[in-house]
Ligand binder design. Structure first.
Ligand SMILES: Cc1cc2nc3c(=O)[nH]c(=O)nc-3n(C[C@H](O)[C@H](O)[C@H](O)COP(=O)(O)OP(=O)(O)OC[C@H]3O[C@@H](n4cnc5c(N)ncnc54)[C@H](O)[C@@H]3O)c2cc1C
Length: 417
């Protein structure tokens, strides 16, 4: 089934009776060439690129819940390539290029909207840091524009420029940054993988990883044992628990990150805006809700709910930056479990067990990484060699201390304050 404007028109005129399910609901086979544990954005994109780029179709994605039920469908949807450090900058640059061709590639409307991301700065020191970051972005081949106070006022007239405790000095605009519809990304990759023969096994929780003589043999699941020559662990907030099934102790802490959505409003915020003096960033969804969030709750937890002090902090920061937000009613909030590494940068690597691979540590920035992560992890799983843009995401950097990518201290225990 292909999507097109003509198809939408025809279905609309004929009672929408011609649509077929986006993917099959197959029974698990006894054996696959590769299994991916985790049907989130990263697991699905890995399966898609394994099939598309490496011709592997005897693959299964094992998801304990339903496709799109994890953080891939519950995040604030920001897509950007504005990293400073080598390792991150080439990876996210590659990922953004994949985003830019994604809808055509998947034949699926993921509502990728490059509306521009503006990081505000409020001091000379912050301006210097953003100038450096902007230069790094431009050197990487991405885009960055330094705005002064008037430049910001022109684009974001609704911010408080007069009475605020933290005057706005300017902002770094990343024009190609923006948002995408999160669950559509999961559905698009799932559909694309299924069309290439990948089995998507939902309600299939992995409960054990079978290893013999240092080689992976398969997995135990709630739907029976499945043999596989290669196994990829891609379970985001549950990475520590699943890796423990293979006897690994990861350098990862799971923390809660919260986000909030207001009632639907007329269009009023047409960029993604990030406050430089508090934990607050915001955009407006295509349905009209203001989508905003802050920072981690700052203690390790597997509870998918947030604490009230962080709610208060986010609301205060929002009111400081744009008092108009006080009139909007918050409709819902949620907390997701983040797989936080100590340096705030991810891991895409082999493990000491032959055939067992791991892709994790995406912290609170893994949505924008979905295309790049799947692409690079599929490359690693299929060829055994690192894909260049992700070559620095090595697991052993936390053991040796060599090659840490400490992007402004955004890891599990921030050193910003
Ligand atoms: C509030 C919030 C806001 C965020 N905002 C942004 C943002 O604006 N931009 C951005 O880039 N990132 C953002 N993120 C981060 C991003 O959502 C995550 O980094 C990313 O979604 C994680 O990768 P994933 O999609 O594969 O995870 P998930 O969708 O969580 O997928 C992991 C899957 O593994 C499955 N699983 C776990 N254990 C097992 C098992 N034993 N067996 C089988 N399956 C298992 C889970 O059920 C789950 O479906 C945000 C996150 C949150 C919570």
């Amino acid at each position: 089934m292909k999507f097109s404007g003509w198809r939408v028109l025809r279905e609309g005129l004929t009672g929408n009776a011609g649509w077929t399910p986006h993917w099959r609901d197959p029974e698990p086979k006894a054996e696959y060439d590769a299994v991916i544990i985790g049907g989130g954005g990263h697991g699905l994109s890995t399966a898609y690129y394994l099939a598309k780029n490496h011709g592997m179709s005897n693959i299964a994605v094992l998801e304990k819940g339903y496709i799109g039920g994890g953080n891939v469908g519950r995040n604030t949807t920001i897509v950007r390539a504005n990293y400073f450090l080598q390792g991150n900058s080439e990876f996210y640059s590659h990922s953004l290029k994949l985003w830019e061709g994604l809808e055509g590639d998947l034949n699926y409307n993921v509502m990728h909207s490059q509306r521009g991301l503006i990081n505000l700065f409020h001091s000379d020191g912050q301006r210097d840091a953003f100038v450096r970051r902007g230069n790094a972005m431009v050197n990487q081949g991405d885009d960055a524009v330094l705005l002064d106070r008037d430049g910001v006022r022109k684009l974001l007239p609704y911010l408080d420029f007069e009475n605020t405790r933290f005057p706005i000095y300017g902002g770094l605009l990343h024009p190609r940054g923006g948002t995408a519809r999160h669950d559509a990304v999961a559905w698009g990759y799932a559909r694309g993988a299924d069309q290439r023969g990948v089995d998507l096994l939902q309600n299939c929780e992995v409960t054990g990883i079978d290893i013999e003589n240092g080689k992976v043999r398969g997995v135990q699941t709630t739907r029976g044992a499945i043999r596989a020559k290669k196994v990829g662990i891609v379970v985001a907030g549950r990475s520590g628990q699943v890796a423990a099934m293979a006897g690994m102790r990861l350098p990862i802490e799971s923390h809660v990150l919260q986000a909030f959505v207001t009632e639907g409003l007329k269009p009023c915020i047409d960029h993604v805006v990030s406050f430089g003096m508090g934990h607050f960033y915001i955009s407006q969804s295509d349905k009209g809700g203001l989508v905003f969030g802050g920072d981690l709750d700052f203690y390790a937890s597997y509870a998918s709910r947030g604490n009230l002090p962080m709610v208060e902090h986010v609301m205060e920061a929002g009111m400081t930056l744009m008092p108009m937000i006080g009139k909007a009613k918050v409709l819902r909030s949620w907390g997701g479990i983040m797989d936080m590494t100590p340096d705030g940068s991810p891991i895409i690597d082999k493990t000491d067990t032959e055939g067992l691979f791991i892709d994790c540590g995406w912290c609170y920035g893994g949505f924008k990484a979905v295309p790049g992560s799947g692409y690079s992890f599929a490359h690693l799983m299929a060829t055994g060699s690192h894909h260049a843009p992700a070559a620095k995401f090595r697991l052993d950097r936390f053991r040796t201390g060599v090659g840490l990518i400490d992007e402004e201290g955004t890891g599990s225990q921030h050193n910003l304050h």
